[in-house]
Design a protein around this ligand. Structure first.
Ligand code: KIV
Length: 356
């Protein structure tokens, strides 16, 4: 029971306790993810300016003067040298909904990830992610709630503001949290306007099909791009009672296909499908002309999304089958901070070179 409840995006404070379960053949930590094939490090963003005496990243030099930019390398050409990365990354300054549509038509897969703060969003953007979702999974991974339901609109806007400040290329989509769009289309529009005005995000996402059609239309009519979300919808977890795979049965699958069409007709620029059979997701991706982004929905979608904390191994006890972990940051950070604690306790830190 506990496992069922935990295998999805809502209840994540679990009692799994089992070690990292990598899919066979997946890259392991430090397997080339952080360096290009030729050993070249990923480019620094060039966005931060140094303060006097600040070290340049990795250089050990204390030569920066006020306002000096960190060493710049071109942002995207490196991907041509890094064969572990996308082979056809769109070399564009800013991803728009039109570019995503073009990517679908060209057969170029779309890479999407969640972010909740400035620093991580800047890294993901520099890594070439196409869409950054300020997901209401912030309720789980940032705030420690069991479900996505408690997070407020103000809290989502705070996260989105921070993310937007770190992003220069990706399209930033912000989840409208539970309770801020379901009651009526006007409330949905007002929530969306607050998100767009106060965060600077580029679009909103909401969960549901036919039942949110009018809300979607009203938001889009005001000029705000909307991404839909079907399949496992974590805001409805108390209706489902479980985070297990959705739409296995014909009736639910048929409703999902109909809802996907409704969302496309209402004007959604893209659709997330969460935790449904791969064959169903592939069928929907083929039938729709808008991009379909999957999470636990197989390789037939037009793109993939993962929760960043899962992909990086910050979350420890969350092992759904669909998740590929690229790092085990929980253990890496724990070890590093443990060393720091040891160094402080022993008096080893700071040494004479680390003081004034
Ligand atoms: O909130 C979230 O992180 C999401 C993704 C799981 C798609 O909606």
């Amino acid at each position: 029971m506990w496992n069922l409840l935990c295998d999805g995006y809502g209840i994540r404070l679990t009692a799994y306790g089992s070690p990292l379960t990598a899919d066979s053949g997946q890259p392991t930590a430090d397997s080339g993810q952080r360096t290009a094939d030729n050993g070249q490090r990923f480019p620094d963003s060039g966005q931060l300016t140094a303060v006097p005496g600040q070290r340049f990243p990795d250089s050990g030099q204390r030569t920066a003067v006020a306002g000096q930019r960190f060493p710049d390398t071109p942002k995207f050409p490196i991907f041509a040298q890094n064969h572990t990365m996308s082979t056809a990354l769109k070399d564009v300054k800013r991803i728009t909904t039109h570019i995503l549509q073009q990517m679908k038509e060209d057969g170029e897969k779309i890479a999407m990830i969640t972010a909740y703060d400035f620093s991580m969003a800047r890294i993901y953007d520099d890594a070439g992610v196409d869409i950054i979702l300020v997901g209401d999974s912030a309720s789980n991974v940032m705030a420690g709630h069991e479900t996505t339901l408690p997070i407020t609109l103000d809290q989502m806007i705070y996260h989105a503001q921070s993310v937007v400040r770190g992003v220069s290329r990706a399209l930033v989509v912000v989840d409208i949290p539970f309770g801020y769009y379901q009651s009526n289309p006007t409330k949905a529009l007002e929530s969306s306007i607050r998100i767009m005005k106060e965060s600077g995000g580029h679009g909103v996402k909401l969960e549901g099909g036919t039942e949110v059609k009018e809300a979607v239309e009203k938001i889009i009519n005001s000029g705000i791009p909307v991404m839909g979300h079907l399949g496992l919808m974590p805001q409805s977890i108390y209706k489902y009672g479980t985070y297990s795979v959705r739409a296995r049965e014909e009736e639910e699958a048929d409703k999902l296909i109909a809802d996907a069409q409704v969302l496309q007709e209402a004007g959604c620029f893209a659709l997330v499908l969460e935790k449904i059979p791969a064959s169903l997701a592939e069928k929907v991706s083929k039938e729709l002309h808008i991009p379909v982004i999957g999470i636990g929905a197989g390789g037939g979608c037009d793109g993939q999304v993962l929760v960043s904390h899962d992909l990086l191994g910050i979350t420890k006890d969350f092992h759904p089958r669909f998740l590929r972990r690229y790092l085990n940051l929980y253990d890496t950070v724990k070890t590093a901070v443990g060393q720091y604690v040891g160094d402080v306790k022993s008096g080893d830190f700071p040494n004479e070179n680390e003081q004034y």
